[in-house]
Design a protein around this ligand. Structure first.
Ligand SMILES: [Zn+2]
Length: 480
């Protein structure tokens, strides 16, 4: 089969076509019949399950309990928090008819669940002894999308949303930062995405939040992807829903609440952080198959080679490695190599009669050092385990180097416009929303975050020369 039938448009030619073709050809997802919806295919869903398991474990380890809340929310609930409803109004899907008649009160398909969970929290909290209340839900949400892109922006997506209630601001802020750290760890250590954690400026805050924090990853076209957010909601939702407690001194006090979410958008982030012109590249920790074994069978030794491949896969599985034997008889080894490259499998092993006689197999990596290495079959579980760890570390380093090469500290407007054309700029900014709008209109760049780890610095705004805000530089870039 010709290469161009199965390959993808090069990234450098058209990044957006590259992405869309890859998502289809790697069999991750397809468009659903309703605009903006997504069918996640088994291979894509397995990646999500692996990521989800890692995140769920960390959510539980930090003391949260999973629960489930309804999909439909009374319209009146959303209206109780003014900023929240205003922010979400354009994206809402509203149910007006059910059971064959018009409903007295329209129902909202949840875009997020602060309101409904807030109503429940008000019932469940009465004393300071009930706090903190630490909840998480794994669910789907709907936000009507006019410019959909699979995984990155879909009308319906899967996520977890954490919702917590606390005694005071200090405890709620500790929680908000803790969950940002959890997201940063999952992104870095599991998805090999070297994200930048930081606080959002006022213009980029979640509707109804006092403070919003995010992790920002750089995609291979130099754009930013917000990969997880954590919000300190102050007492905004507590006062709207009556989430209050009797303090140890007998006073009625409002709770301070938080919410935080990470979604299937992360898969879009993985694709665009690591993928190349041959297709997807998966970090081993979330690869459905970490090692694919391709038996090279000819003539009379075919059975023997197949048997050796299956035996090797069994030993790898026992060692905790997700191994798969591609024994499809009707396709050539060359086809299989291209196919697994497109689907991002980290390591590939070839076994032929000659390798088998020598007690070896040929190892090829999806990225990194070119060429194949002969490895001993006896020690294969240990060798491949180490090779997977090395591949995971290699991807993180490669993505970090790429981000650094596309990020610059800028002090003038001409430098700023040049850098944000294909990367990120660290710049001093006045903090005025009108100045942010002006920058966006001129360059399409927006403030991604005020990085947590940026050193203290002040001066004048890169755009308008007014005194800088925040006491540190802001990270600007174009974003998904
Ligand atoms: Zn300014």
């Amino acid at each position: 089969m010709a290469r161009d039938e199965r390959g993808v448009t090069p990234q450098s030619e058209d990044f957006s076509s590259w992405y869309n073709e890859l998502v289809t050809k790697a069999q991750l997802a397809e468009r659903g019949p309703v605009k903006g919806t997504m069918v996640i295919r088994p291979y894509g869903y397995r990646i999500w399950e692996l990521l989800q398991a890692e995140l769920d474990q960390r959510i539980k380890d930090t003391g949260h309990d999973n629960a489930y809340f309804p999909l439909l929310i009374p319209e009146s609930y959303l209206k109780r928090e003014a900023e929240h409803v205003e922010g979400f109004a354009p994206e809402l899907a509203v149910v007006t008819h059910a059971g064959g008649k018009e409903l007295e009160e329209p129902l909202i398909v949840r875009p997020t669940s602060e309101t409904l969970i807030g109503e429940m929290m008000a019932k469940w909290v009465s004393s300071y002894r009930d706090l903190p209340l630490l909840l998480n839900q794994w669910a789907n949400v709907v936000r009507w999308e006019l410019r959909p892109r699979l995984f990155v922006r879909t009308t319906e997506f899967l996520w977890q949303e954490g919702h917590t209630a606390h005694l005071d601001e200090a405890d709620a802020m500790r929680e908000t930062r803790q969950m940002l750290d959890v997201y940063a760890e999952v992104a870095r250590d599991i998805a090999a995405m070297p994200i930048v954690p930081g606080e959002k400026t006022a213009g980029e805050r979640f509707a109804g939040a006092v403070k919003t924090f995010s992790i920002e990853g750089m995609m291979r076209d130099g754009k930013a992807l917000q990969a997880g957010t954590s919000h300190y909601l102050g007492t905004n939702f507590a006062s709207a829903f009556g989430i209050q407690y009797l303090s140890s001194t007998g006073q009625q006090e409002l709770c301070h609440t938080t919410s935080w979410g990470m979604s299937t958008r992360m898969i879009g982030g993985v694709i665009m952080t690591h993928g190349d012109d041959k297709g997807l590249v998966l970090p081993p920790k979330i690869a459905p198959y970490q090692v694919v074994i391709v038996p090279i069978t000819r003539g009379e030794s075919a059975d023997e080679v197949q048997e050796a491949a299956r035996d090797l896969a069994r030993r790898l599985k026992e060692a905790g490695i997700r191994a798969h034997v591609d024994d499809r008889p009707h396709v050539s080894p060359g086809f299989k190599f291209n196919d697994w490259e497109m689907r991002g499998v980290p390591l590939r092993l070839e076994i032929g009669p000659r390798d088998l006689a020598a007690g070896t197999a040929l190892l090829a990596r999806r990225l990194g050092p070119e060429g194949k290495t002969a490895i001993g079959l006896d020690a294969a579980p240990e060798t491949l385990s180490a090779a997977l760890d090395a591949f995971q570390a290699f991807l993180l380093q490669r993505a970090t180097d790429f981000r650094e090469s596309r990020t610059a500290t800028v002090n003038s407007w001409p430098e700023f416009t040049q850098v944000v054309a294909d990367g990120w700029a660290r710049a001093l900014h006045c903090g005025q929303p009108s100045c942010e709008d002006d920058i966006k209109a001129e360059t399409a760049a927006t403030p991604r975050c005020i990085p947590s780890e940026a050193p203290a610095e002040s001066g004048t705004c890169v755009r308008c020369n007014a005194p800088s805000a925040y006491g540190k530089r802001v990270l600007f870039g174009r974003a998904y």
